[in-house]
Design a protein around this ligand. Structure first.
Ligand SMILES: Nc1nc2c(ncn2[C@@H]2O[C@H](COP(=O)(O)OP(=O)(O)OP(=O)(O)O)[C@@H](O)[C@H]2O)c(=O)[nH]1
Ligand SMILES: [Mg+2]
Length: 428
Protein backbone atom coordinates (compact mmCIF):
# COMPACT_ATOMS: atom_id res chain seq x y z
CA UNK A 1 0.00 0.00 0.00
CA UNK A 2 1.34 3.44 -0.92
CA UNK A 3 0.60 5.79 1.97
CA UNK A 4 -0.81 9.20 1.09
CA UNK A 5 0.62 12.06 3.09
CA UNK A 6 -2.52 13.93 3.99
CA UNK A 7 -5.82 13.09 5.61
CA UNK A 8 -8.93 14.10 3.71
CA UNK A 9 -12.61 14.50 4.50
CA UNK A 10 -15.86 15.16 2.68
CA UNK A 11 -19.58 15.17 3.16
CA UNK A 12 -20.62 11.91 1.48
CA UNK A 13 -24.32 12.76 1.34
CA UNK A 14 -26.14 15.62 -0.42
CA UNK A 15 -25.91 19.02 1.22
CA UNK A 16 -29.40 19.99 2.32
CA UNK A 17 -31.98 19.20 4.98
CA UNK A 18 -32.27 15.46 5.60
CA UNK A 19 -32.63 12.92 8.42
CA UNK A 20 -28.94 12.19 8.57
CA UNK A 21 -25.80 13.29 6.78
CA UNK A 22 -22.56 11.30 6.56
CA UNK A 23 -19.01 12.65 6.68
CA UNK A 24 -16.10 10.53 5.59
CA UNK A 25 -12.52 10.97 6.75
CA UNK A 26 -9.60 9.00 5.28
CA UNK A 27 -5.87 8.99 5.91
CA UNK A 28 -3.25 8.16 8.47
CA UNK A 29 -4.39 10.81 10.98
CA UNK A 30 -8.04 9.70 10.99
CA UNK A 31 -7.85 7.97 14.35
CA UNK A 32 -5.99 10.81 16.07
CA UNK A 33 -8.39 13.30 14.55
CA UNK A 34 -11.61 11.63 15.64
CA UNK A 35 -10.30 11.19 19.18
CA UNK A 36 -9.49 14.91 19.33
CA UNK A 37 -13.07 15.99 18.54
CA UNK A 38 -15.05 13.30 20.33
CA UNK A 39 -16.62 12.63 23.71
CA UNK A 40 -15.51 9.01 23.31
CA UNK A 41 -11.84 8.37 23.76
CA UNK A 42 -11.66 4.80 22.49
CA UNK A 43 -13.06 3.53 19.19
CA UNK A 44 -13.52 -0.17 18.66
CA UNK A 45 -12.43 -1.04 15.11
CA UNK A 46 -15.24 -1.41 12.53
CA UNK A 47 -17.86 -0.73 15.16
CA UNK A 48 -20.41 2.08 15.22
CA UNK A 49 -20.91 3.89 18.48
CA UNK A 50 -22.86 6.82 19.82
CA UNK A 51 -20.44 9.73 20.03
CA UNK A 52 -20.72 13.46 20.64
CA UNK A 53 -18.64 15.61 18.34
CA UNK A 54 -17.04 18.31 20.48
CA UNK A 55 -15.71 21.74 19.56
CA UNK A 56 -14.11 23.88 22.29
CA UNK A 57 -15.72 21.77 25.00
CA UNK A 58 -19.25 22.21 23.68
CA UNK A 59 -21.26 19.52 21.92
CA UNK A 60 -21.68 20.08 18.19
CA UNK A 61 -23.95 17.09 17.53
CA UNK A 62 -24.81 13.61 18.73
CA UNK A 63 -23.53 11.23 16.06
CA UNK A 64 -22.95 7.63 15.20
CA UNK A 65 -19.22 7.29 14.59
CA UNK A 66 -17.41 4.36 13.02
CA UNK A 67 -13.66 3.86 12.89
CA UNK A 68 -12.34 1.54 10.15
CA UNK A 69 -8.78 0.30 10.63
CA UNK A 70 -6.54 0.00 7.59
CA UNK A 71 -6.62 -2.05 5.38
CA UNK A 72 -10.24 -2.99 6.13
CA UNK A 73 -11.88 0.17 4.81
CA UNK A 74 -13.19 1.51 1.51
CA UNK A 75 -9.96 3.36 0.75
CA UNK A 76 -7.69 0.84 2.42
CA UNK A 77 -6.51 3.60 4.81
CA UNK A 78 -7.65 4.34 8.35
CA UNK A 79 -11.10 5.86 7.94
CA UNK A 80 -13.84 7.42 10.00
CA UNK A 81 -17.50 7.79 9.13
CA UNK A 82 -19.60 10.25 11.08
CA UNK A 83 -23.38 9.99 10.72
CA UNK A 84 -24.74 13.26 12.05
CA UNK A 85 -28.11 15.01 11.93
CA UNK A 86 -28.74 16.26 8.40
CA UNK A 87 -29.32 19.97 8.94
CA UNK A 88 -27.36 22.67 7.13
CA UNK A 89 -26.19 24.15 10.47
CA UNK A 90 -24.89 20.80 11.79
CA UNK A 91 -23.16 20.11 8.46
CA UNK A 92 -21.54 23.58 8.49
CA UNK A 93 -20.38 23.28 12.10
CA UNK A 94 -18.88 19.80 11.65
CA UNK A 95 -17.13 20.99 8.46
CA UNK A 96 -15.60 23.93 10.40
CA UNK A 97 -14.61 21.65 13.28
CA UNK A 98 -12.84 19.27 10.91
CA UNK A 99 -11.12 22.07 8.97
CA UNK A 100 -9.60 23.40 12.21
CA UNK A 101 -7.77 20.07 12.52
CA UNK A 102 -5.66 20.74 9.44
CA UNK A 103 -7.16 18.05 7.31
CA UNK A 104 -8.28 19.07 3.87
CA UNK A 105 -11.44 18.71 1.81
CA UNK A 106 -11.23 15.77 -0.58
CA UNK A 107 -11.18 16.32 -4.34
CA UNK A 108 -14.04 14.76 -6.35
CA UNK A 109 -13.57 10.99 -6.48
CA UNK A 110 -10.53 11.10 -4.20
CA UNK A 111 -11.76 8.36 -1.84
CA UNK A 112 -12.24 6.02 -4.80
CA UNK A 113 -8.88 7.11 -6.25
CA UNK A 114 -7.21 6.13 -2.98
CA UNK A 115 -9.10 2.83 -2.97
CA UNK A 116 -7.73 2.22 -6.48
CA UNK A 117 -4.15 3.14 -5.56
CA UNK A 118 -4.37 0.86 -2.53
CA UNK A 119 -5.61 -2.06 -4.65
CA UNK A 120 -9.00 -2.14 -2.97
CA UNK A 121 -10.63 -1.70 -6.38
CA UNK A 122 -9.61 -2.31 -9.98
CA UNK A 123 -9.73 0.52 -12.52
CA UNK A 124 -12.89 -0.98 -13.99
CA UNK A 125 -14.56 -1.32 -10.60
CA UNK A 126 -13.71 2.28 -9.76
CA UNK A 127 -15.32 3.40 -13.03
CA UNK A 128 -18.35 1.22 -12.31
CA UNK A 129 -18.83 2.76 -8.87
CA UNK A 130 -19.25 6.07 -10.62
CA UNK A 131 -21.84 4.53 -12.95
CA UNK A 132 -23.73 3.11 -9.97
CA UNK A 133 -23.76 6.45 -8.17
CA UNK A 134 -25.05 8.12 -11.34
CA UNK A 135 -27.60 5.42 -12.30
CA UNK A 136 -30.99 7.02 -12.94
CA UNK A 137 -33.04 4.05 -14.12
CA UNK A 138 -33.50 0.43 -13.12
CA UNK A 139 -31.60 -0.90 -16.15
CA UNK A 140 -28.67 1.46 -15.58
CA UNK A 141 -28.51 0.22 -11.98
CA UNK A 142 -28.65 -3.43 -13.08
CA UNK A 143 -25.74 -2.98 -15.50
CA UNK A 144 -23.63 -1.10 -12.96
CA UNK A 145 -24.19 -3.55 -10.10
CA UNK A 146 -23.50 -6.48 -12.46
CA UNK A 147 -20.22 -4.86 -13.47
CA UNK A 148 -19.23 -4.18 -9.88
CA UNK A 149 -18.96 -7.89 -9.15
CA UNK A 150 -15.67 -7.91 -11.06
CA UNK A 151 -16.99 -9.52 -14.25
CA UNK A 152 -15.41 -6.82 -16.45
CA UNK A 153 -11.99 -7.65 -15.01
CA UNK A 154 -12.79 -11.34 -15.48
CA UNK A 155 -13.63 -10.74 -19.15
CA UNK A 156 -10.47 -8.68 -19.76
CA UNK A 157 -8.26 -11.23 -17.98
CA UNK A 158 -9.83 -14.10 -19.92
CA UNK A 159 -9.30 -12.37 -23.29
CA UNK A 160 -5.80 -11.31 -22.30
CA UNK A 161 -4.83 -14.88 -21.30
CA UNK A 162 -6.21 -16.24 -24.56
CA UNK A 163 -4.22 -13.61 -26.48
CA UNK A 164 -1.05 -14.53 -24.58
CA UNK A 165 -1.56 -18.20 -25.41
CA UNK A 166 -2.08 -17.18 -29.05
CA UNK A 167 1.11 -15.12 -28.99
CA UNK A 168 3.00 -17.98 -27.38
CA UNK A 169 1.92 -20.27 -30.21
CA UNK A 170 2.86 -17.72 -32.89
CA UNK A 171 6.24 -17.12 -31.27
CA UNK A 172 6.80 -20.85 -31.13
CA UNK A 173 6.54 -20.93 -34.93
CA UNK A 174 9.11 -18.13 -35.13
CA UNK A 175 11.49 -19.50 -32.48
CA UNK A 176 11.31 -23.15 -33.36
CA UNK A 177 10.87 -22.88 -37.14
CA UNK A 178 13.53 -25.50 -37.85
CA UNK A 179 12.09 -28.08 -35.52
CA UNK A 180 9.19 -30.44 -35.99
CA UNK A 181 6.14 -28.43 -35.07
CA UNK A 182 2.77 -30.16 -35.11
CA UNK A 183 1.03 -29.39 -38.42
CA UNK A 184 -2.24 -28.48 -36.69
CA UNK A 185 -0.64 -25.48 -35.04
CA UNK A 186 -1.54 -23.13 -37.92
CA UNK A 187 -5.16 -24.25 -37.82
CA UNK A 188 -5.23 -23.95 -34.05
CA UNK A 189 -3.80 -20.41 -34.19
CA UNK A 190 -6.47 -19.33 -36.69
CA UNK A 191 -9.22 -20.86 -34.57
CA UNK A 192 -7.91 -19.29 -31.38
CA UNK A 193 -7.73 -15.89 -33.08
CA UNK A 194 -11.26 -16.15 -34.46
CA UNK A 195 -12.62 -17.22 -31.10
CA UNK A 196 -10.97 -14.19 -29.42
CA UNK A 197 -12.12 -11.59 -31.93
CA UNK A 198 -15.68 -12.99 -31.99
CA UNK A 199 -15.81 -12.56 -28.21
CA UNK A 200 -14.56 -8.99 -28.55
CA UNK A 201 -17.03 -8.27 -31.36
CA UNK A 202 -19.92 -9.54 -29.22
CA UNK A 203 -19.03 -7.47 -26.22
CA UNK A 204 -18.65 -4.35 -28.38
CA UNK A 205 -22.14 -4.95 -29.81
CA UNK A 206 -23.65 -5.45 -26.36
CA UNK A 207 -21.83 -2.45 -24.99
CA UNK A 208 -23.17 -0.15 -27.72
CA UNK A 209 -26.70 -1.19 -26.73
CA UNK A 210 -25.92 -0.43 -23.12
CA UNK A 211 -24.84 3.06 -24.08
CA UNK A 212 -28.39 3.65 -25.32
CA UNK A 213 -29.61 2.50 -21.93
CA UNK A 214 -27.27 5.03 -20.37
CA UNK A 215 -28.25 8.01 -22.43
CA UNK A 216 -31.84 6.83 -22.82
CA UNK A 217 -34.23 7.52 -25.70
CA UNK A 218 -35.28 10.93 -26.97
CA UNK A 219 -38.89 11.41 -28.08
CA UNK A 220 -39.94 14.67 -29.69
CA UNK A 221 -43.56 15.82 -29.76
CA UNK A 222 -44.54 17.80 -32.84
CA UNK A 223 -47.78 18.83 -34.57
CA UNK A 224 -49.98 21.83 -35.26
CA UNK A 225 -50.76 24.38 -32.52
CA UNK A 226 -53.44 23.51 -30.00
CA UNK A 227 -53.46 19.78 -30.84
CA UNK A 228 -52.76 18.90 -27.18
CA UNK A 229 -48.99 18.26 -27.23
CA UNK A 230 -48.20 20.04 -23.97
CA UNK A 231 -51.25 18.60 -22.23
CA UNK A 232 -50.00 15.10 -23.08
CA UNK A 233 -46.54 15.93 -21.68
CA UNK A 234 -48.12 17.20 -18.45
CA UNK A 235 -50.37 14.14 -18.18
CA UNK A 236 -47.53 11.60 -18.42
CA UNK A 237 -45.33 13.61 -16.05
CA UNK A 238 -48.21 14.03 -13.64
CA UNK A 239 -47.27 17.71 -13.21
CA UNK A 240 -47.25 21.04 -15.06
CA UNK A 241 -44.08 20.74 -17.10
CA UNK A 242 -45.33 22.88 -20.01
CA UNK A 243 -47.72 25.80 -20.09
CA UNK A 244 -51.13 24.88 -21.53
CA UNK A 245 -53.61 27.46 -22.85
CA UNK A 246 -56.21 27.50 -25.60
CA UNK A 247 -54.12 30.14 -27.41
CA UNK A 248 -52.47 28.53 -30.45
CA UNK A 249 -48.67 28.81 -30.25
CA UNK A 250 -48.40 28.62 -26.46
CA UNK A 251 -45.22 26.56 -26.49
CA UNK A 252 -42.37 28.42 -28.16
CA UNK A 253 -39.20 26.73 -26.89
CA UNK A 254 -38.14 23.12 -26.27
CA UNK A 255 -39.27 21.73 -22.90
CA UNK A 256 -37.63 18.45 -21.82
CA UNK A 257 -38.80 16.05 -19.16
CA UNK A 258 -37.38 12.64 -18.27
CA UNK A 259 -39.36 9.56 -17.26
CA UNK A 260 -38.38 6.05 -16.18
CA UNK A 261 -40.66 3.70 -18.11
CA UNK A 262 -40.19 0.04 -17.23
CA UNK A 263 -36.58 0.62 -16.26
CA UNK A 264 -35.59 2.66 -19.29
CA UNK A 265 -34.90 6.37 -19.51
CA UNK A 266 -37.11 8.36 -21.88
CA UNK A 267 -36.63 12.07 -22.48
CA UNK A 268 -39.76 13.69 -23.91
CA UNK A 269 -39.26 17.01 -25.70
CA UNK A 270 -42.31 19.25 -26.02
CA UNK A 271 -41.96 21.70 -28.91
CA UNK A 272 -43.62 24.56 -30.71
CA UNK A 273 -44.47 22.02 -33.38
CA UNK A 274 -44.17 22.53 -37.09
CA UNK A 275 -46.36 25.12 -38.77
CA UNK A 276 -46.34 28.44 -40.60
CA UNK A 277 -44.78 31.22 -38.53
CA UNK A 278 -45.79 34.82 -38.00
CA UNK A 279 -42.85 36.22 -36.08
CA UNK A 280 -39.18 35.61 -35.28
CA UNK A 281 -39.86 33.81 -31.96
CA UNK A 282 -42.13 31.33 -33.74
CA UNK A 283 -39.61 30.91 -36.55
CA UNK A 284 -36.80 30.01 -34.11
CA UNK A 285 -39.16 27.75 -32.13
CA UNK A 286 -40.14 25.81 -35.26
CA UNK A 287 -36.50 25.54 -36.31
CA UNK A 288 -35.69 24.03 -32.90
CA UNK A 289 -38.62 21.59 -33.19
CA UNK A 290 -37.22 20.35 -36.50
CA UNK A 291 -33.71 19.98 -35.07
CA UNK A 292 -35.05 18.07 -32.09
CA UNK A 293 -37.13 15.79 -34.37
CA UNK A 294 -33.99 15.12 -36.39
CA UNK A 295 -31.92 13.93 -33.42
CA UNK A 296 -34.65 12.02 -31.60
CA UNK A 297 -35.16 8.26 -31.60
CA UNK A 298 -38.89 8.61 -32.16
CA UNK A 299 -41.30 11.45 -32.98
CA UNK A 300 -44.91 11.66 -31.90
CA UNK A 301 -46.92 13.74 -34.36
CA UNK A 302 -50.14 15.21 -32.93
CA UNK A 303 -52.72 15.57 -35.71
CA UNK A 304 -55.57 18.02 -36.00
CA UNK A 305 -57.24 16.40 -38.99
CA UNK A 306 -55.69 14.07 -41.49
CA UNK A 307 -52.58 16.19 -42.30
CA UNK A 308 -50.17 13.21 -42.16
CA UNK A 309 -48.56 14.08 -45.49
CA UNK A 310 -47.15 17.33 -44.01
CA UNK A 311 -44.77 15.14 -42.02
CA UNK A 312 -43.37 12.95 -44.79
CA UNK A 313 -39.84 14.26 -44.12
CA UNK A 314 -39.96 13.34 -40.44
CA UNK A 315 -38.14 10.08 -39.74
CA UNK A 316 -39.40 7.37 -37.34
CA UNK A 317 -42.75 8.71 -36.21
CA UNK A 318 -46.11 7.66 -34.84
CA UNK A 319 -49.33 9.66 -35.28
CA UNK A 320 -51.65 10.59 -32.46
CA UNK A 321 -55.00 12.36 -32.27
CA UNK A 322 -55.82 13.80 -28.85
CA UNK A 323 -58.99 15.18 -27.17
CA UNK A 324 -60.86 11.89 -27.58
CA UNK A 325 -63.08 12.93 -24.65
CA UNK A 326 -64.69 15.67 -26.75
CA UNK A 327 -64.28 14.29 -30.27
CA UNK A 328 -64.50 10.54 -30.86
CA UNK A 329 -63.76 10.78 -34.58
CA UNK A 330 -60.75 8.53 -35.32
CA UNK A 331 -58.04 9.12 -37.92
CA UNK A 332 -56.74 6.15 -39.85
CA UNK A 333 -53.22 5.20 -38.72
CA UNK A 334 -53.33 7.48 -35.67
CA UNK A 335 -53.80 6.46 -32.05
CA UNK A 336 -56.59 8.25 -30.20
CA UNK A 337 -55.85 9.61 -26.75
CA UNK A 338 -57.21 12.08 -24.25
CA UNK A 339 -55.09 14.02 -21.78
CA UNK A 340 -58.26 14.82 -19.83
CA UNK A 341 -59.67 11.31 -19.30
CA UNK A 342 -56.37 9.43 -19.89
CA UNK A 343 -58.00 7.42 -22.68
CA UNK A 344 -55.46 5.56 -24.88
CA UNK A 345 -52.37 6.87 -23.09
CA UNK A 346 -51.32 3.49 -21.65
CA UNK A 347 -51.56 2.05 -25.14
CA UNK A 348 -49.55 4.90 -26.61
CA UNK A 349 -46.76 4.40 -24.02
CA UNK A 350 -46.78 0.69 -24.92
CA UNK A 351 -46.41 1.57 -28.62
CA UNK A 352 -43.56 3.97 -27.81
CA UNK A 353 -41.64 1.47 -25.69
CA UNK A 354 -42.14 -1.44 -28.10
CA UNK A 355 -40.85 0.81 -30.90
CA UNK A 356 -37.70 1.60 -28.96
CA UNK A 357 -37.09 -1.12 -26.45
CA UNK A 358 -34.11 -3.31 -27.11
CA UNK A 359 -33.70 -6.79 -25.67
CA UNK A 360 -32.59 -6.68 -22.03
CA UNK A 361 -28.82 -6.95 -21.77
CA UNK A 362 -27.20 -9.61 -19.64
CA UNK A 363 -23.54 -10.15 -18.89
CA UNK A 364 -20.72 -7.64 -18.74
CA UNK A 365 -20.84 -4.45 -20.80
CA UNK A 366 -18.32 -1.65 -21.21
CA UNK A 367 -19.89 1.77 -20.97
CA UNK A 368 -16.94 4.07 -21.52
CA UNK A 369 -15.45 5.47 -24.68
CA UNK A 370 -11.99 4.53 -23.37
CA UNK A 371 -12.95 0.85 -23.14
CA UNK A 372 -14.67 0.71 -26.51
CA UNK A 373 -11.80 2.44 -28.25
CA UNK A 374 -9.28 -0.08 -26.85
CA UNK A 375 -11.55 -3.04 -27.66
CA UNK A 376 -11.97 -1.76 -31.23
CA UNK A 377 -8.24 -1.20 -31.73
CA UNK A 378 -7.49 -4.66 -30.43
CA UNK A 379 -10.17 -6.14 -32.69
CA UNK A 380 -8.78 -4.47 -35.84
CA UNK A 381 -5.28 -5.82 -35.10
CA UNK A 382 -6.50 -9.38 -34.50
CA UNK A 383 -8.62 -9.38 -37.65
CA UNK A 384 -5.66 -8.28 -39.75
CA UNK A 385 -3.50 -11.24 -38.73
CA UNK A 386 -1.99 -13.17 -41.63
CA UNK A 387 0.19 -16.16 -40.72
CA UNK A 388 2.16 -15.82 -43.94
CA UNK A 389 3.73 -12.78 -42.34
CA UNK A 390 4.46 -14.40 -39.05
CA UNK A 391 6.63 -11.63 -37.50
CA UNK A 392 3.99 -9.02 -38.23
CA UNK A 393 1.29 -11.36 -36.88
CA UNK A 394 3.19 -11.68 -33.59
CA UNK A 395 3.62 -7.90 -33.41
CA UNK A 396 -0.10 -7.36 -34.01
CA UNK A 397 -1.06 -9.79 -31.25
CA UNK A 398 1.44 -8.10 -28.92
CA UNK A 399 -0.13 -4.70 -29.64
CA UNK A 400 -3.65 -6.05 -29.30
CA UNK A 401 -2.71 -7.44 -25.85
CA UNK A 402 -1.47 -3.98 -24.91
CA UNK A 403 -4.84 -2.45 -25.76
CA UNK A 404 -6.78 -5.12 -23.86
CA UNK A 405 -4.53 -5.00 -20.80
CA UNK A 406 -4.62 -1.21 -20.93
CA UNK A 407 -8.33 -1.42 -20.10
CA UNK A 408 -7.57 -2.61 -16.59
CA UNK A 409 -3.97 -1.45 -16.71
CA UNK A 410 -1.84 -4.49 -16.18
CA UNK A 411 0.76 -5.36 -18.71
CA UNK A 412 3.24 -8.19 -18.26
CA UNK A 413 4.81 -9.47 -21.43
CA UNK A 414 7.26 -11.65 -19.44
CA UNK A 415 4.45 -14.06 -18.68
CA UNK A 416 4.33 -15.07 -22.33
CA UNK A 417 7.71 -16.79 -22.09
CA UNK A 418 6.42 -18.90 -19.22
CA UNK A 419 3.43 -19.92 -21.28
CA UNK A 420 5.63 -21.15 -24.15
CA UNK A 421 7.36 -23.63 -21.90
CA UNK A 422 4.53 -24.53 -19.57
CA UNK A 423 1.67 -24.79 -21.94
CA UNK A 424 3.22 -26.00 -25.15
CA UNK A 425 5.07 -29.28 -25.49
CA UNK A 426 7.95 -28.43 -27.80
CA UNK A 427 10.06 -31.30 -29.16
CA UNK A 428 7.55 -34.01 -28.60
N1 LIG B 1 -60.92 18.23 -23.88
C1 LIG B 1 -59.63 18.16 -24.07
N2 LIG B 1 -58.92 19.30 -24.20
C2 LIG B 1 -57.57 19.20 -24.39
C3 LIG B 1 -56.91 17.94 -24.42
N3 LIG B 1 -55.60 18.19 -24.61
C4 LIG B 1 -55.46 19.51 -24.70
N4 LIG B 1 -56.64 20.13 -24.57
C5 LIG B 1 -56.88 21.58 -24.63
O1 LIG B 1 -56.45 22.07 -25.88
C6 LIG B 1 -55.82 23.34 -25.74
C7 LIG B 1 -54.39 23.29 -26.28
O2 LIG B 1 -53.65 22.37 -25.52
P1 LIG B 1 -52.08 22.35 -25.46
O3 LIG B 1 -51.71 21.14 -24.71
O4 LIG B 1 -51.57 23.66 -25.01
O5 LIG B 1 -51.76 22.16 -27.01
P2 LIG B 1 -50.34 22.33 -27.75
O6 LIG B 1 -50.37 21.40 -28.90
O7 LIG B 1 -49.24 22.17 -26.78
O8 LIG B 1 -50.44 23.81 -28.26
P3 LIG B 1 -49.23 24.80 -28.67
O9 LIG B 1 -48.24 24.83 -27.57
O10 LIG B 1 -49.94 26.09 -28.82
O11 LIG B 1 -48.67 24.31 -29.96
C8 LIG B 1 -55.88 23.69 -24.27
O12 LIG B 1 -57.01 24.51 -24.04
C9 LIG B 1 -56.07 22.33 -23.58
O13 LIG B 1 -56.76 22.41 -22.37
C10 LIG B 1 -57.71 16.76 -24.26
O14 LIG B 1 -57.22 15.61 -24.28
N5 LIG B 1 -59.04 16.94 -24.11
MG1 LIG C 1 -47.73 23.43 -26.29
Amino acid sequence: MKPFKDTIFALATQRGKSGIAVFRVSGKDSHKLIKSISSKKKFKTNFSSLNNIIDRKSIVDQTLTTFFKSPKSYTGEDMVEISCHGSISVINKITKTLLKKKIRLADPGEFTKRALMNDKLSVLEAETINDLVNAETENQRKIAIGNLSGNLDKFINEISNKQKKLLADIEAIIDFADEDLPKEIYKSIKEQNKNIYKQIENIIKRSSLSREIHSGFIITIIGKPNTGKSSFINYINNKEVSIVTNIPGTTTDLVSSTLDIQGDKYTFVDTAGIRKYKNLIEKIGIQRSLESAERSDLNIVFLKNNEKKNYSKIKSKIFVKSKYDTNKKKINGAQSISSVSGYGIKNLIKTISSNLKKKPISGPVFSRERHLESLNKSLVLLKSIDLKEIDLAAENVRRSIMYIDGINQKFDIEKILDIIFNDFCIGK
